[in-house]
Design a protein around this ligand. Sequence first.
Ligand SMILES: *Cc1c(COP(=O)(O)O)cnc(C)c1O
Length: 379
Amino acid sequence: MQEFLINSGVLAIDLGALIQNYQILGDRVGANVGVAGILKANAYGLGLKEVATELKKQGCPQFFVATLEEALELRSFDENTPLAVLGGLFQGQESTYIEKNIIPVLNSPDDIKRWNKWGQDENKKVPAFLHFDTGMNRLGLSRHEFEILRDDPSQFKAVNVQMVMSHFVAADDWAQAWAKELTIAQGDLFSDIAVRAEKLWPNVKKSLANSPGAFRSPHYHYDMVRPGYALYGGNPTPEKTNLMHHVVSLKARILQIRRCKKHETIGYGASYKLNKDTRTATIAVGYADGFLRSASSSKDNQAVVYYEGQPCPVIGRVSMDMVTIDISKVKDKPPAQGDAIEILGQHQSVDDLAKSASTIGYEILTSLGHRYKREYIKG
Ligand SMILES: *Cc1c(COP(=O)(O)O)cnc(C)c1O
């Protein structure tokens, strides 16, 4: 599309940076540990097909998605990369899993029972990953449930358990002592589960670490790590500088420049009152594009965007399609209609923007809007 036809923002996704991030993770865990690709929610908003295709070229041994629908979408262009669905197995989906070569992550004794029965009825040994809850209290088998199952191996007669896994609660938050202790406790509990699982299924693979977990300790690497956020450029260890490369950059265009007077207000709800004459720009991005309304300005919150590297504060409320920014301090060339404003990129990371919208970078990524023109920069 020609530049002058674009009204809404341009989202550039740097596949070269994605590959570099994949390689950083690979170097971190070493050649004996697999680096899976977590592709749920359209690969954290960046595009399932584009991301999966690049990771596959890098030899990614395993993909995970959240739902069967996501898995089927992936299978529409990739028939053979090992693929598991974290959200598990609903009744009635069994034959689809088998036909499409998709592995369910089983999260409860009931899931196991149904999968085992289906396998027995079909006279098949059916593949599964087992998810253990080691502290999240969200999905997965408790240790107690595992002990009951262990004592009755007929429960697994038709199930080929290929992997046991668990998920960290707060491995990103190690600046806080409680989070470090909790991560270590989860690691200990999983190590105990791993030993028991191996007695039942000698070749079973084990997987514990998400992005932050992969950077916390080699003890958490096991056979496979499961990064999502770090692949997409998020900082897996937020108390330190980010080792990962920026994957996402986002620009939006200026719709209008205004000269506003002292005491006038900006935007909906008149929530922001100018305390001096101010030059503003209205830019073509809003909460409908995933520029979250929580990035509106308030007395404790000040999001910024960048004009040619110079910070411009967001003022007033974020609207559906527009945001107003203060450009009074911009030096040299005055901004004009049509100019690009950087929202994410060299000057502002996903983590930075998340902070000023009181959220996490994961939400920024998965909220990236559908109106943007998406450009994939080849690696
Ligand atoms: C989302 C998810 C991951 C990836 O987590 P990141 O923090 O994005 O690396 C790994 N494992 C499970 C079970 C998940 O749900």
